[in-house]
Design a binder for this molecule. Structure first.
Ligand code: PLP
Length: 415
């Protein structure tokens, strides 16, 4: 059992949970849909969809604008969602919770503000070899602009970070470390608390990409001591278009704004503009209000299910799927870390991942096929692409059985 899973957690009532997700009763190509693509985007429970519809139907107006009752109601609901996020990740204050459009925007914000302040010519940015492009490209753009270099924490063949060399990789030129909490390709749960402690021992701040972690693990940013922690709403059973940047208040206070415009200013004159404090100074313009409220509702839903029960259920499915898929000749699973979340990438001899993905789709099985926005991992493992199944709290052993039969059918077709 993975060290991050509570083996004594009460089982989930999956049959009841499935009724909360209308999409799970769809028929695709004449087959009941088997949704194994929650790592690409989690499904939203009905109550989130209804809460967003209620805002649009009965409450729709802008936030932080004027004294109208409607605007105050919308502002209250929107700010209540921020408080739910704060509590969900254990942040000290709602001032540390910045709304963004998603993980990608959160990292770009940090790179373009904190990064630009801290990184200069000859400095280093340390990333792990299993980062998503969202935690590579913004840093690469910054490094090119500033004349800095990227360094990389390497991987074992099992898909675990090699931390022996961490103390040498963090030098007196390292300005920030970026590390993914859970790999979207390998499923590896990285020991981010240890990485943060070792970086902090050398005075280096750490950004954690939590996009694939928050749906599966109980995250406590204070306990981790993360400087920045970022994630997307749509991977957390919430809507698209909303994401979170958690930052320690001292960092956010020291950072300049990024986007300028309405809603983030204290005063504007032709001579000078002054800004409100964090998080508002990073939230120029009209935010995605319905999406923020929807994310808050999804967090309530997940908390009612219980993150430890979700993790235990998904872990059981992962173990079952790993056992079944490993038994198929010619199939190789990428990522065999000791501590894994419910993401399972594989390749099959003689079948391109895209062909596998299309054949599975024909069987109603929704998976992701491709490089998963993580081309350096593909290069590391010498494959162009993988097929990835990812399991959520609404999936069942029967879903895994359908996946396995569909994979076997694809292999037959390609024989
Ligand atoms: N980081 C990881 C680990 C991811 O899996 C993803 C999305 O797949 C992202 C970042 C980017 O998230 P978004 O596209 O929601 O900004």
């Amino acid at each position: 059992m993975s060290p991050t899973v509570n083996a004594t957690a009460q089982p989930l009532d999956v049959a009841a949970i499935r009724r909360d997700f209308p999409l799970l009763s769809r028929i695709l190509h004449g087959k009941p849909v088997v949704y194994l693509d929650s790592a690409v985007s989690g499904q939203m429970p009905l109550r989130t969809i209804e809460r967003m519809a209620k805002y649009e139907r009965d409450e729709h107006t802008n936030v932080h604008r004027g004294v109208s009752t409607l605007s105050q109601e919308a502002t209250d609901a929107y700010e209540a969602a921020r408080e739910k996020v704060r509590k969900f990740i254990g942040a000290a204050s709602i001032k540390e919770i910045v709304w963004t459009r998603g993980t990608t925007e959160s990292i770009n914000l940090v790179a373009q503000t904190f990064g630009r302040m801290k990184v200069g010519a000859g400095d280093e940015i340390l990333l792990s070899a299993m980062e998503h492009h969202a935690d590579i490209v913004p840093w690469q753009m910054l490094a090119e602009e500033k004349g800095a270099t990227l360094k990389v924490i390497p991987l074992t063949d099992d898909g675990e970070l090699i931390l022996d060399s961490l103390d040498e990789l963090i030098t007196d030129r390292t300005r920030i470390v970026g590390v993914v909490h859970v790999s979207n390709v390998l499923g590896t749960i990285n020991p981010v608390k240890e990485i943060i402690a070792r970086a902090h021992a050398k005075g280096v701040p750490v950004l954690v990409d939590g996009a694939q972690a928050v749906p599966h693990l109980k995250v406590d940013v204070k306990d981790l001591d993360a400087d920045f922690y970022v994630f997307s709403g749509h991977k957390l059973s919430g809507p698209t278009g909303i994401g979170v940047l958690y930052g320690k208040l001292a960092h956010l206070d020291a950072m300049p704004p990024w986007h300028g415009g309405g809603n983030m200013i204290r005063s504007v004159s032709w001579e000078k503009t002054t800004y409100i404090a964090a998080p508002g100074k990073f939230e120029a313009g009209t935010p995605p209000i319905a999406a923020a409220i929807g994310l808050g509702e999804s967090i309530d839903y997940l908390e009612a299910l219980g993150l430890d029960r979700i993790a235990a259920h998904e872990h059981e499915l992962l173990a079952y799927a790993t056992e079944k898929l490993s038994a198929i000749p010619g199939l190789r699973i990428l990522g065999q870390a000791k501590d894994k979340a419910s993401v399972l990438s594989f390749v099959v001899d003689g079948i391109h991942a895209h062909d596998m993905g299309s054949l599975l789709d024909g069987e109603g099985v929704v998976v992701r096929a491709g490089h998963h926005c993580a081309q350096p991992i593909m290069t590391r493992f010498g494959v162009p692409a993988t097929t990835r199944a990812s399991f959520a709290y609404f999936n069942t052993r029967e879903d895994v059985d359908v996946l396995v039969s569909a994979v076997l059918k694809a292999i037959e077709i390609f024989k």
